[in-house]
Design a protein around this ligand. Sequence first.
Ligand SMILES: C[S@@+](CC[C@H](N)C(=O)[O-])C[C@H]1O[C@@H](n2cnc3c(N)ncnc32)[C@H](O)[C@@H]1O
Length: 375
Amino acid sequence: MLGMETKEILHMTKGDGEFSYASNTTTHKRFTDTMKPILEKAIRPLMLAEVVRPGNVLRVADLGCGVGPSPITFISTIQEIVDKIYKQRDLGDYQVMPEIQIFMSDLPSNDFNLLFKDVGKLQEGGQKEEDDDNKPLLFVMGAPGSFYERLFPSNTLHLVHSYYAIHWLSQVPRGLCDKVGEPMNKGKIVASDTSEPQVLKAYYAQFKQDFTKFLKCRSREVVHNGYMVLATICRPSMQPFEPRSMKYLSQALACLVSKGIIKEEKLDSFDLPVYHACKEEIQEIVSEEGSFAIEHLDVVISKVQNEINDVRLKAESLAKITRSYSEALIADHFGAQVWNDLYNVLYHIILEDFKLDAGPSDIFNIVIFLRKMID
Ligand SMILES: C[S@@+](CC[C@H](N)C(=O)[O-])C[C@H]1O[C@@H](n2cnc3c(N)ncnc32)[C@H](O)[C@@H]1O
């Protein structure tokens, strides 16, 4: 990676153009069903047990917030939940609505400008304090940085949320080459079902190191009895498993090798800093780290591109999403011009596959609900 660190290169494709992340992501479509009930389960006891005292500030962070509809849905969901709980008036002394401070956090290269334009639209019309029907006051701020490092002062956050982000590693695992420096994951770009066992081990070791660091940093930042609600893409079992968008991407890159557009060695030395953990691995890491109790942990299956009937549009949707998350890393390794050919090849590979089996495909998501235990 030309000596640059992953955190300096990685970002979802910026702006709101044809291939941007904001225009193509579909994560928000799965957000409300999966996440809203769990966020409510976290916020209710925070308000009832007066972890957040009446009239005080509920401090929330969205880590790996990205840009587009998903972070905006998150912000409005938090406001709705606090409003609903407050207005149910079953909170004893709770006569003063808490104010909400939400920190939107991502790597500095995230498109924060677009994100805050969208936040501005959400808050259009301003916020009012006076009458009883108003929503809780919302203060949204940026907190750029890596979630594998400290981001907030000690004991300040009541609730941490992260959606579709913690499968991104801090770096491509070291140890993907053998003793003589030959790449071991040739032709593949993640830990896949056909990768060598050493490759799978190296990826898991990197994930374990990163996720442990994530938990340690958050354990300093989250208050006692505060919560974390994390969800991301996962493997359905302990067996290796490659999500289909990554399979299509590696097939498309291999096709460019066969056309002589990229060199085979270049593909052999390319791997994505992404790991899809399984439930058992997450459980083990959380319990070994020891700061958080698992309140609930579940694998939720969602069907994707379900709502699109036309097979061409369905293929285009997946090709664009795949490009929007991988564009920066691929451009850094192969050169940005590779996308002139890669996108079309990717689209046609997906289309041919969808024509054979146009049914919806499953995405496996792990949802993790954690409570910060005493230090
Ligand atoms: C697939 S996007 C998800 C964005 C958003 N949460 C959503 O649901 O649409 C993953 C996000 O994680 C961010 N990310 C990856 N590694 C990160 C890190 N170490 N620290 C902070 N953010 C990170 C990326 O920049 C990206 O915005």
